[in-house]
Design a protein around this ligand. Structure first.
Ligand code: PLP
Length: 389
């Protein structure tokens, strides 16, 4: 059976090899709070205010970077008069081994945003259409508009699921080339599209079609129906670009490190659309440290699972519908206008997600720390008493 994601595969292998499982178990007890304090810079939970709100509006990781990554980034400052030449080579090589591809199959980018832009620009030849589900992460459409591409949006199925048959149809009925941008798990819905729907489509190699698969949130997934497209790439598929980021599970959003994984010829093509893989020194060293910090990866995932459950318990108790979340955010239904809900939340010291048309009666709440989500759950119960939710 294929594993749900590459980091999990390697982590399990390494945990087995080094006997570090015991360390992981200890994490559930005392070590966990020590790690939490270290990661968050020892900031204890304080009741939020309008000036110091709980920020659960941008799908950021609330834990802070791993203590080891923070130390690596601090140390890198002293070297940052230089370009991170050797370190970039090391990072590329480490990622290549993690994804079981040659080094030439990895392109480092300034966050996965730069990867999305590069992939779209590289394939935005005259007459190419971008095919996207109607409700998905906006960068694909944004960069395609700048590139002057035709954009084909396919309506969603019930439960805001991707209509893979509809997407296939959009590709098949178009006379020119297609770029298909699939976000899995999707944002803002946090739902997955089962691999059994994606893999055969890519493997069938529809003519003149390149797939960009954005797996920014893959490490948070629990649903076994999800599988990364990584094995397709490592087995030679030449019609798919996998995009990854250090912004989510590794809590490095502000460091701006991401990468693309694809066949070397595709990577060479993409590399014409980035500024020479000149990733910042602090980000590169923090990424290297993060990849080795298996305890933090485990902690980051567990903390997200705990926070999600706290929020879901509140939504269930309040009979608020939500979509099954496989990311670090939850998409739930509203019974009041989003603007009103946002405003009340802001007054309570909580910043929540923006509007995501066409899902106008829905709200995205990113997952903060378990303590933050306990506060949010309590706030939701209070809002119900006031008729605000
Ligand atoms: N892809 C998806 C699906 C996202 O949700 C985001 C950010 O939220 C990004 C890419 C961009 O992230 P970054 O540029 O920080 O890697």
């Amino acid at each position: 059976m294929q594993e749900s994601n590459t980091f999990n595969v390697k982590r399990r292998q390494l945990l087995k090899l080094s006997g570090a499982l015991a360390g992981g178990i200890a994490l559930a007890g005392l070590n966990r709070s020590a790690l939490a304090n270290a990661a968050s810079g020892n900031t204890p939970f304080t009741t939020p205010t309008a000036d110091n709100p709980i920020r659960i509006n941008f799908n950021e990781n609330p834990l802070g970077m791993s203590p080891k990554a923070q130390a690596a980034a601090r140390d890198a400052v002293a070297k940052a008069n230089r370009y991170a030449k050797d370190e970039i080579v090391t990072l590329r090589s480490k990622l290549a081994s993690l994804h079981q591809v040659p080094e030439s199959a990895i392109l480092l980018t300034a966050g996965s945003s730069e990867g999305i832009r590069a992939a779209i620009e590289a394939y935005a030849t005259l007459g190419t259409q971008l095919v996207i589900p109607e409700l998905t992460y906006g960068d694909g459409e944004h960069f395609a508009r700048i590139a002057g591409m035709k954009i084909t949006k396919v309506p969603m199925l019930a439960g805001w699921q991707f209509d893979i048959d509809g997407l296939k149809q959009a590709v098949a009925s178009y006379s020119g080339p297609s770029l298909v941008y699939l976000v899995n798990p999707n944002n803002p819905t946090a739902t997955i599209t089962p691999a059994d729907l994606i893999e055969p489509w890519i493997a069938a190699k529809p003519a003149n079609t390149m797939f960009i698969v954005d797996e920014a949130y893959a490490e948070f997934v629990n649903d076994p129906r999800f599988r990364s497209v990584n094995p397709l790439v490592s087995q030679g598929a030449d019609n798919v670009i996998l995009l990854k980021t250090f912004s989510k599970i590794f809590a490095m959003a502000g460091m701006r490190v991401g990468y693309a994984v694809a066949q070397p010829a595709i990577v060479a093509h993409l590399s014409n659309h980035v500024a020479g893989e000149k990733i910042n020194f602090c980000g590169v060293d923090a990424a290297l440290a993060s990849l080795d910090d298996h305890a933090f990866i485990t902690y980051s995932k567990k903390s997200n699972d705990t926070s999600r459950q706290i929020l879901l318990d509140a939504l269930i108790a309040l009979k608020i519908s939500y979509l099954p979340s496989e990311g670090n955010f939850v998409f739930h239904q509203l019974s009041v206008p989003l603007k009103e809900f946002q405003q009340h939340m802001k007054q309570a010291g909580v910043l929540i997600g923006r509007a995501f048309p066409p899902a106008d009666a829905w709200c995205r709440i990113s997952l903060g720390t378990p303590q933050e989500m306990t506060f949010v759950a309590k706030t939701l119960h209070e809002f119900r008493a006031k008729g605000w939710v």
